[in-house]
Design a protein around this ligand. Structure first.
Ligand code: SF4
Length: 381
């Protein structure tokens, strides 16, 4: 079983989209993305929009040959939409991919009218009935009955969790549970998972002391999960603020087992772009009309993309790969012989999946024209 997380707050966007590759299935959970329409009075920064475009492209690409698509619920950052905002995933972008795979979705009950409508729109657009997967079990897949989207007593807004088991390894995806409901945690533990990917508490909403109980619940439940699960990945709501980032760091140091954010799990440096939105606006100001111009395709994100990565490195928010300044990949990019995709997706985020990195560490020969994914680019010299 290979778990790959494509979109989450530590990867620069809102969502909890992930792939689980099995022997004969490619399962995609929650193919959706959002950027947080407004935080601290700011729309998404153009740099975050650039990163979001990249994540969206990967989601679209990976969906093409998915055998099973699972939708935990119909919030706009978890599913394709018929009327997406410019930063979300539109149904029209993935319509073909969704026409031939198995779709397992949360049922229409126990969710707000907006989500019911989105579910109907998706079914209508792809001209298929969406199977209500709640409580079902099929092969390596198992789905929970609805659990609260947050704390108990909010059953009218619920989500569906997924358990996937293959060759003695079990993965659980628990989107938007926010670690607030003890029964949901018990359900996850009863599934005996080795890896759990879940949403942490939305600390950015807990501005007053009246939320003390939620804070304590979430911490207690996080500790309980981490004591009983080998690898706990917490991301999403919790990583939308500096306070949440610190909360997760404390949990990592307190827990006995491995606790990660999605970026840690994927072997790369986190980029908490929603939590850093104010800093981005301060250091890379954006003209008032920029978002309107962007929607009308009068401006693009390229300049902000380049300056955004530079800002993150100059400010110490991220550190590039230790080989970066002597790596031929940097040199080729600086000379304009190679697209920036490689440095932005590998070097700047210190991606430990880089084949060059491993060969460098093991002092093994590798040609200068070998790309981070191991491919030899013959015309590069
Ligand atoms: S290509 Fe690989 S080894 Fe070279 S700087 Fe980038 S991440 Fe490091």
């Amino acid at each position: 079983m290979i778990v790959k997380i494509l979109g989450a707050e530590s990867l620069g966007v809102r969502g909890l989209s992930c792939l689980v590759e099995l022997n004969d299935r490619k399962t995609f959970i929650d193919p959706g993305i959002a950027l947080g329409w407004s935080r601290h009075g700011f729309l998404p920064h153009p740099f975050q929009i650039a990163v979001g475009k990249n994540v969206k492209k990967k989601i679209i690409e990976e969906l093409k040959d998915a055998s099973d698509v699972i939708i935990s619920h119909f919030d706009g950052d978890h599913c394709p939409l018929s009327n997406p905002n410019p930063y979300q995933l539109g149904i029209r972008e993935v319509k073909n991919s969704l026409s031939h795979c198995r779709i397992w979705s949360k049922g229409p009950d126990n969710c707000p009218p907006t989500q019911q409508r989105r579910r109907e729109e998706l079914a209508e657009s792809i001209n298929r009935d969406l199977q209500n997967a709640e409580g079902l079990k099929e092969g390596p897949l198992e789905f929970s009955f609805p659990v609260p989207h947050g704390q108990q007593g909010k059953e009218e807004n619920s989500v569906m969790m997924t358990r996937i088991e293959e060759n003695g390894e079990t993965f659980v995806h628990a989107s938007d549970i926010q670690l607030l409901d003890a029964k949901t945690i018990e359900k996850i533990l009863a599934w005996q998972p080795h890896i759990v990917l879940a949403s942490g508490p939305p600390l950015y909403h807990y501005s007053s002391s009246s939320f003390q109980m939620q804070r304590e619940n979430a911490w207690e439940n996080a500790m309980k999960l981490s004591q009983n699960v080998e690898t706990l990945i917490l991301d999403h709501h919790v990583l939308r603020s500096e306070e949440g980032i610190a909360w997760l760091e404390e949990l990592k140091h307190t827990a006995q087992n491995k606790v990660f954010c999605a970026a840690d799990f994927m072997g790369r440096t986190p980029v908490f772009l929603e939590a850093w939105r104010k800093d981005l606006y301060k250091c890379l100001p954006v003209p008032q009309s920029w978002h309107e111009d962007y929607q009308q395709e009068k401006v693009d994100v390229n300049d902000y993309r380049i300056r955004g990565w530079k800002f993150l490195m100059d400010s110490g928010k991220i550190k590039p790969c230790k080989w970066y300044y002597s790596c031929p990949i940097k040199e080729y990019t600086d000379e304009g012989k190679l697209e920036r995709y490689w440095i932005e997706n590998y070097c700047f985020v210190n991606d430990k999946n880089c084949i060059r990195y491993h060969m460098e560490e093991q002092c093994k020969y590798h040609p200068d024209n070998m790309l981070p994914n191991g491919e030899i680019k013959e015309d590069l010299h």
